[in-house]
Design a protein around this ligand. Structure first.
Ligand code: C2E
Ligand code: MG
Ligand code: MG
Ligand code: MG
Length: 274
């Protein structure tokens, strides 16, 4: 069960998820109402360049649930429930709509990474849904990158057409938590990927794990993929990543996930304070 780190969200009061808050089934039925009643909200974590400027390229949208009794819940507390109950589909559509609604107000150069579920890719009309929302909010397809976690079982047989339809639209695709899944290389081979996100275990681990970070950097370069390092917390990690050739990153060193208004204050050109 995920604990929400209250320190991570200055200016907002959060309560920790309690183990006795009730069964998963209850949470599932509450989640259905939560999606309908707009109890979900997005935080935005800046993605910055790794040079001295630390220019804000965009952000990753990260969902939270403002639960009326239990306080703000982190995704680990409810995404698995959503996956099991099928509510991940309406949840994902809520996330997409809210993301694009926000993006319509941002400078056109600002990009956004949005996490999707393997389940979305099994919805035959998913690319049409994305296209319709992009059109509704007047956001160019190339401004969004959909993140696929490779630990989720992407059934390529079922998802292939949807992935290619998304690519056709001009939407970008990223492999999230890159390096932790068992199917890393075969996915790269089969899916039209634009970006890999180095899992934070490799960003943060010292010693021989640096070899993985280096290998991913080389792979990305060879395949012309954008490489983003996740979970950068120290200057030492930043320096190491820079040496390895990474040009973009996100992590607590730069900024924690923040409310939309705070992220918008960083746009279009302001640097993120260290
Ligand atoms: P993720 O997509 O890999 O997102 C990165 C996670 O790492 C976020 O956790 C973020 O807050 C955290 N993080 C960022 N920088 C640092 C750092 O420097 N150190 C550490 N220790 N952590 C850092 P969060 O927000 O709790 O999200 C957890 C996961 O939940 C996400 O992992 C993603 O897989 C899933 N998720 C989040 N939002 C959505 C969503 O809208 N839809 C779906 N389907 N999944 C989502
Ligand atoms: Mg992600
Ligand atoms: Mg990740
Ligand atoms: Mg993750």
């Amino acid at each position: 069960i995920a604990m929400y780190d209250a320190k991570a969200q200055p200016g907002t009061t959060f309560r920790h998820y309690q183990a006795d808050m009730g069964g998963r089934a209850d949470l599932g039925s509450e989640l259905r109402d939560a999606i309908r009643d707009d109890q979900l909200f997005l935080l935005f974590q800046p993605i910055v360049t790794l040079d001295e400027d630390r220019r804000v390229l965009g952000a990753e949208a990260l969902v939270r649930w403002a639960h009326p009794v239990h306080g703000t819940l982190a995704p680990d507390a409810f995404i698995p429930v959503a996956e099991r109950t099928g509510l991940i589909v309406p949840l994902g559509r809520w996330v997409l709509r809210d993301s694009l609604r926000r993006m319509a107000e941002w400078p056109a150069g600002t990009v956004l990474n949005i996490n999707i579920s393997a389940r979305d890719l099994r919805e035959p009309d998913f690319a049409e849904v994305v296209a319709a929302l992009l059109a509704e909010y007047g956001v160019a397809a190339g401004r969004i990158t959909l993140e696929i976690t490779e630990s989720m079982p992407v059934d390529l047989g079922e998802s292939h057409a949807v992935l290619h339809a998304l690519r056709e639209l001009g939407v970008k695709l990223a492999l999230d938590d890159f390096g932790t899944g068992s199917s890393t290389l075969s996915l790269l081979h089969d899916v039209p990927i634009d970006e890999v996100k180095l899992d934070r275990s490799f960003t943060q681990a010292p010693g021989d794990r640096v070899t993985v970070a280096a290998g991913v950097a080389h792979l990305a370069q060879a395949m012309s993929l954008h490489a983003v390092a996740e979970g950068v917390e120290t200057e030492e990690q930043l320096q190491r990543l820079r040496t390895l050739g990474y040009t973009a990153a996100q992590g607590y060193l730069f900024a924690r996930p923040m409310p939309a208004a705070d992220f918008e204050a960083l746009l279009p050109t302001a640097a993120v304070p260290a």
